[in-house]
Design a protein around this ligand. Structure first.
Ligand SMILES: [Fe+2]
Length: 223
């Protein structure tokens, strides 16, 4: 199972605070059946340059080496905050997830527009990258996802769900319905720590499998 969204690299952002914490998070992910985890530290284009970000990310990744054999394989990526001009930014290729052509994009919490969706489409058409919208479950309260869902899916923009969204009352029926429609979708822990935002991949998969009658691992994309 792949965890497409995590903050497991030490001291990169508001995620893991130390190598020790990163190891404990990776240990938990291994216990939850995750065999590949994508490290997606926040990238804010107004605060950071891709060059500086990539060198910090590499240094943080190296601090974790060598990883014990039973740990999930760690792929490098980024959670790129949406910005104007994202659709034409060549440097984003360097922030894709490994060499998969997927790029995890964090949208603003409100006020999406058709123009923004077209920018995301340009990422695919111009740069050959498939945008994956991070934690789409968070845009249900503000109604942005329901409003733009068809435009996104028609344009081949993929969705990433946070595992713990399936473990809370509220929107999970809506999310299950979306998964059922069989669009490109990914599951991620969005784990930041070991307490308030610990990984809950296995629990979420168990719930989804039970509700859908299909093994959750078959419902989400691998790459
Ligand atoms: Fe995140």
């Amino acid at each position: 199972m792949i965890d497409l969204h995590s903050h497991i690299l030490p001291n990169m952002d508001d995620g893991s605070k130390s190598v020790e914490m990163s190891y404990k998070m990776l240990e938990l992910l291994a216990q939850q059946g995750v065999d590949t985890v994508v490290a997606t530290p926040h990238f804010y284009p107004t605060k950071d340059t891709p060059e500086a970000f990539l060198s910090r990310r590499q240094a943080a990744f190296e601090k974790l080496q060598p990883l014990p054999e039973h740990f999930p394989k760690v792929l490098l990526g980024a959670e790129v905050a949406y910005f104007e001009g994202i659709g034409d930014c060549e440097q984003l290729r360097e922030l894709q997830i490994g060499q998969t052509g997927l790029i995890l994009v964090e949208m603003p919490f409100r006020d999406w527009s058709g123009r923004m969706i077209r920018e995301l489409e340009r990422l695919a058409l111009g740069l050959g990258l498939t945008p994956v919208l991070a934690h789409v479950d968070r845009y249900l309260g503000s109604n942005q996802l329901p409003k733009y869902q068809h435009q996104l899916l028609d344009r081949g923009i993929a969705l990433q769900y946070n595992a713990d969204a399936f473990l809370k009352m509220g929107h999970r029926r809506y999310l299950l319905n979306l998964v059922k429609q069989g669009h490109n979708c990914y599951l991620g822990s969005d784990a930041h720590n070991l307490t308030t935002r610990a990984p809950r991949m296995e629990e979420a998969c168990r719930y989804i499998t039970q509700k859908m009658g299909t093994d959750a691992r078959d419902l989400f994309d691998e790459y």
